[in-house]
Design a protein around this ligand. Structure first.
Ligand code: TYC
Length: 118
């Protein structure tokens, strides 16, 4: 009469990615980490030639600031050398820079507009 074990046999631990004894492969479920998209500041740089009125118009037309805010931002740029017009996703920021530069060149002004990671 064979001995009957009192406890059932303990199966070997199954490791993710290794073949287990029954021939199947355990795949580890990857936790998906989606980083939020990076944001970019669009800035205007001061120069000695672009008229203040043109800069205020740019801030109103391309960045949707009201007259008061646009004037304050323009004066800040005039005094500090640079100022933030707005913060956007990469594509939107790049498009704003292109549109502002095109408008400035059309009007014959040397206004500089750049973007920087926020
Ligand atoms: N400094 C310019 C002037 O005195 C005005 C100016 C402001 C120009 C902001 C560019 O981004 C600028 N006419």
């Amino acid at each position: 009469m064979p001995d009957i074990p009192s406890q059932p046999p303990v199966p070997p631990p199954i490791q993710p990615g290794r073949d287990s004894s029954d021939g199947t492969t355990i795949l580890e479920r990857a936790t998906q980490k989606t980083e939020p998209p990076r944001l970019y500041q669009v800035l205007l740089l001061n120069d000695d030639f672009t008229p203040m009125e043109f800069v205020v118009m740019v801030l109103q037309e391309y960045f949707r600031h009201d007259l008061d805010t646009a004037t304050q931002i323009m004066l800040k740029i005039h005094h500090d050398g640079r100022g933030v017009c707005g913060v956007f996703s990469k594509d939107v920021a790049a498009t704003k820079v292109e549109l502002v530069l095109a408008a400035a060149r059309r009007a014959g002004h040397p206004l500089q507009c750049i973007m920087e990671a926020a």
